[in-house]
Design a protein around this ligand. Structure first.
Ligand SMILES: [Zn+2]
Length: 110
């Protein structure tokens, strides 16, 4: 892996981290109970509870992605970066950014 490529990947990972952090912030805001006071009449309490659990699931998913991204970031520049933990093949970079929580290549993930 050459340095230009490495720098490019690094900025992509950092962008993604920022993106996910913002998304988590937005989801957290929407999970706040005070949202209920501002809700337009028709939004029932059930809807609110449903939305909140969807938000919380989404937050957990994003936190897992964040962890994965930080993990890859820490391995950047080492031989371990982007390697599937099962077969050792280089994981496609788009997959890596899209599903950073996975340590498997697309073949082994099946
Ligand atoms: Zn694999």
């Amino acid at each position: 892996m050459n340095n230009d490529f490495e720098a490019e990947i690094k900025s992509k990972i950092l962008d993604k981290i920022e993106e996910i952090k913002k998304e988590i912030e937005i989801l957290k805001e929407h999970s706040q109970p005070q949202g209920l006071d501002n809700a337009i009449g028709r939004v029932s309490r059930m809807d609110y509870i449903n939305n909140r659990s969807i938000n919380e699931a989404q937050i957990r998913k994003n936190l897992a992605k964040l962890k994965g991204l930080n993990n890859w970031l820490g391995k950047l520049g080492t031989n371990e970066f982007g390697k599937c933990i099962r077969c050792g093949q280089q994981i496609n970079i788009n997959r890596l950014l899209f599903m950073p929580e996975s340590n498997h290549c697309i073949h082994c993930a099946k």
